[in-house]
Ligand binder design. Structure first.
Ligand SMILES: Nc1ncnc2c1ncn2[C@@H]1O[C@H](COP(=O)(O)OP(=O)(O)OP(=O)(O)O)[C@@H](O)[C@H]1O
Ligand SMILES: [Mg+2]
Length: 249
């Protein structure tokens, strides 16, 4: 049984349907990437999984639970954490307070201690800055805090929407290293990333969305450099180069 499975889901935002028949799955221990041009429905799909978007059709299953029948607040308790695009921290709360909110209501003190230790081990910088308010930190630090907050719920599946956006190469590397480490420890990850090459280098499998539908999927190593992928992102296959202008010899 897959850890996560969406079965032919459709989503409408307001009166407009923006996702059709999207079927994806994430197996235990996998990193799966959602790729696609801007506006293709990546965030819409991820938001449907965490129940921020309502379905107009289809089903979502997580570890035997029918997510489509549950309210959003039940999802995190089942073991799904969602790190939203542009981190969405509480800007005037400290790092510590933001992390604490990720642990849910009335957490057990011992459990809380272990989770803080785990997050601080992964991102020592957050420990150094635990009393600092979130909006006074750099974009990279805020992204670490957002991922840390997601981990405080002790998820089995982490949903991450464009964690690298706007980050310097150094922070990019640090966040990548942390996600890979978490995956080695058994955490399944569904990630949205714009940079096709980096996303495919980093993930086991990928789904490519185009205009609200899954247009392509497969193991990342097979998709890397495939003509079908080039077609979706650049409108033409690399194997059929444009004819050279006549004067250009
Ligand atoms: N609140 C909304 N109401 C109506 N349409 C929306 C709303 N939010 C997004 N859309 C539309 O839904 C479609 C899918 O948007 P979505 O944000 O899922 O795309 P995305 O693949 O995540 O894009 P990006 O790479 O820019 O983040 C787009 O056409 C977008 O304009
Ligand atoms: Mg998006």
């Amino acid at each position: 049984m897959s850890l996560l499975e969406t079965r032919e889901i459709g989503v409408a935002l307001g009166d407009v349907q923006v996702l059709w028949n999207a079927s994806i799955r994430v197996e235990p221990g996998e990193i799966v990437c959602l790729l696609g041009p801007n506006g293709s429905g990546k965030s819409t799909l991820m938001n449907a999984v965490s129940r921020l978007n309502r379905l107009v059709s289809g089903e979502i299953w997580f570890d035997g639970h029918a997510l489509h029948a549950l309210p959003a607040h039940r999802i995190s308790r089942l073991g799904v954490s969602h790190v939203l695009e542009r981190h969405r921290l509480f800007p005037y709360m400290t790092v510590l307070e933001n992390l604490l909110l990720g642990a849910g209501p009335k957490p057990d003190p011992q459990m809380l201690k272990r989770r803080f230790e785990r997050v601080y081990e992964l991102f020592p910088r957050l420990k150094e800055r635990e009393r600092q308010v979130a909006n006074s930190m750099s974009g990279g630090e805020q992204q670490m805090c957002a991922i840390g907050r997601g981990l405080m719920g002790d998820p089995r599946l982490l949903l991450v929407d464009e964690p690298f956006i706007g980050l310097s190469p150094r922070f990019r590397d640090e966040v990548t290293r942390a996600l890979l480490q978490l995956n080695r420890e058994g955490l399944a990850i569904l990630i949205i990333e714009q940079n096709v090459r980096q996303a495919l280098a980093f993930s086991h499998r990928a789904y490519v969305l185009k205009a609200g539908q899954v247009a392509l999927s497969g193991p990342s190593t097979e998709l890397l450099g495939s003509a079908a992928l080039e077609e979706i992102f650049f409108g033409r296959a690399r194997s059929s180069p444009e004819p050279a202008p006549a004067h250009h010899r």
